[in-house]
Ligand binder design. Structure first.
Ligand SMILES: Nc1ncnc2c1ncn2[C@@H]1O[C@H](COP(=O)(O)OP(=O)(O)O)[C@@H](O)[C@H]1O
Ligand SMILES: [Mg+2]
Length: 221
């Protein structure tokens, strides 16, 4: 699905962050990336999500080079293929849980039948993540764990091939972190959703099938 070859990325103030990094991701993989703060985990996820571009090296997503897309092409690639979950839930406070979840359905034109099918998919995902009862609630009325599960459903509503998590459990208490980790590994197993998560949590990393450590700008298994 995804192939990174000899990726280099530096920042002026910091110097080299990613140093000739290579990675292969297959359909159905679940991958954890651990490593110290500042080791480049977020930088790497941003490159995979085409939020940033490498200085050199190539990124192929299904044999398409995504390292050199312009801004419109990047946005299209992201909307079509990638779901993101960040540390903080980033729900819009003036929309209900359901309205937040279906927001990505308006990112580009979808034919009516397909729209309905994605709404059904969203409902299924809400059941699987235990938030079915929350449709009409506003973000301030739900817990942090529920908000993060809402974000997860929103990230999956357009059926992305790949879900990227940047410290997805980083703001959760241990119980909710455990629950989110279990949901992620269940979604990977049952629905074949490919996962790459950057995390400090050994528990979350342990729920992924492949574990990498980012250090010195390179990934080690
Ligand atoms: N846009 C940027 N401009 C300058 N430096 C950056 C930028 N993004 C990240 N960095 C630097 O790159 C290094 C890696 O950051 P990051 O990828 O966020 O690490 P991690 O997610 O592993 O904590 C850090 O030293 C950070 O300060
Ligand atoms: Mg980070």
């Amino acid at each position: 699905m995804l192939r990174l070859e000899n990726i280099c990325k530096s920042f002026v103030q910091r110097g080299v962050v990613l140093d000739n990094l290579s990675l292969m991701v297959k359909d159905g993989d679940s991958i954890s990336i651990t490593g110290p703060s500042g080791s480049g985990k977020t930088t790497l996820l941003n490159l995979i999500g085409a939020l940033d571009r490498p200085d050199s090296g190539s990124l192929y997503f299904r044999n398409k080079n995504i390292g050199s897309l312009d801004d419109d092409e990047s946005a299209y690639y992201r909307n079509r293929n990638i779901g993101f979950v960040f540390q903080d839930h980033l729900l819009l406070p003036y929309l209900t849980v359901w309205e937040n979840i279906i927001l990505p359905l308006s990112a580009y034109r979808i034919e009516a039948g397909e729209y309905a099918s994605r709404e059904d998919h969203a409902k299924l995902l809400m059941e699987r993540t235990g938030i079915s009862g929350l449709s009409g609630k506003y973000p301030f009325q739900i817990s942090g764990g529920e908000a993060q599960r809402t974000t997860l459903v929103r990230a999956l509503v357009n059926r992305p091939d790949l879900l990227l998590g940047d410290e997805p459990t980083g703001s959760l208490d241990s119980e909710n972190a455990e629950l989110l980790g279990t949901i992620l590994s269940d979604l990977n197993r049952d629905m074949g959703i490919t996962l790459i998560v950057a995390t400090h949590s050994p528990d979350l990393a342990g729920k992924m099938k492949k574990n990498y450590r980012l250090a010195g700008g390179k990934l080690q298994q």
